[in-house]
Ligand binder design. Sequence first.
Ligand code: ADP
Ligand code: TRP
Length: 320
Amino acid sequence: MRVLSGIQPTGRFHWGNYFGAIQQYIALQDEDEVYYFIANLHALTTVRDPKELRELTFDAAIDLLALGLDPNRATLYVQSDVPEVSELCWLLMTGAPMGLLERCHAYKDKKARGLRADTGLFAYPVLMAADILAYDADAVPVGEDQVQHIEVCRDLAGSFNHHYGTVFVLPKAVVLENAARVPGTDGEKMSKSYNNTLALFEDPKIQRKQIMRIQTDSRPIEEPKEPAGDVLFDLYSLFADDSEREAMASLYRRGGFGYGEIKKQLADAAEQFFRDARQRRVELAAKPDLVREILGDGATTARKKAGMVLRRAQEACGIR
Ligand code: ADP
Ligand code: TRP
C-alpha cells in the first residue's frame, strides 16, 4: 500500500493538527511506501509574506521530524520541489467541473462570509488531487475536514480514466475512527483562524499561562460536574491513558475540586507528552543543513515517481 498526505505550513502546528492529523501520518509510516509533504503551494492561497512562508515551511519540516516522522521510512518533501505536480494539476483542471469545485467547503465558506476568493482557493482541491494522483497513492490519512477533497480527487481521477483509459489509481481517505475534534481555548474547534490554539512547541511557561486562562464555568467547587464535553476534560483526555481518563472523570463526578487543579494537571500532561519531541526539535533546529538534505532527498524520490505518472497522463491525453 502507498500512503500519502500533506499539511499546509500556514501557522505553527497546534494540538488539533497533531491529534487530528499528524499523529495518524506518523502511525502509518510503517506501511509499504509513505510520502509526506509540506503543502506550501496550497499555503500560498493564504500566506502572502514570502519570508513568513519560507520560515513556516522549514519549521513544519522540523516539527514533523521532531514528532517522529522518520525520513528512512517515509519520503518527506516540500510540495513545490516537485513541479510535475503543478503540471498534472493543469491536466486535471481542464476536466474539473465548476459545479464540483463550487461545492467544496474552503471556497464555499469564504464566499458565504462575503470574502474575496481567488482562483487558487477555488482550484485548491484540484491541486490536492494532483498531489495524490501523482504518486499512485492508495491511502490518504487526513482530518475529517479533508474527506470531501479526497472525494473530489476520486471524481476527477475517475472521469479522467473514463475518458482517456486507466491512468490514475483511485485513493481512499483514511480517517482515524476516534480522530479527536480538538477544542480550542474557547471551546470552539481549535483552529488558527479562531485564535484559540495551543501550539505544539510553545514555551512551556507561556503554554501554562494560556491553559490557566481557559474559560470555565463558575459552579461552586463542591458541585459534581459532567466530564463529557468539558473543554478541560476533553483536552486532558488527549494525553491520558484509559485509567488516567477514568480517574479524571470520577473526580469530575465527585465534585469538590477547583478547575485550577485540572488546568495544572493538563499543563503537566501536555508538557510531559511532548517533552522528547521538544528536545529533538531543539537538536534539529541546530542542524538546518541536515533538514535541507532530508528534504532534498525526499524531493528527488518524489520527482522520480511523479515524473512517471505525469508522462502516463500526458501520453493518455495527447500532449506527448
Ligand atoms: P487550522 O484549522 O488551524 O487552519 P488546518 O486546516 O491547517 O488547521 O489543519 C490541518 C490538519 O489538521 C487537517 O487535516 C485538520 O483536519 C487537522 N485539524 C486542524 N484542527 C483540528 C482540530 N481542532 N481537531 C482535529 N483536527 C484538526
Ligand atoms: N488540504 C490539506 C489540509 O489543509 C493539505 C493537503 C494538500 C493534502 N494536499 C494534500 C492532504 C494531499 C492530503 C493529500 O490539511
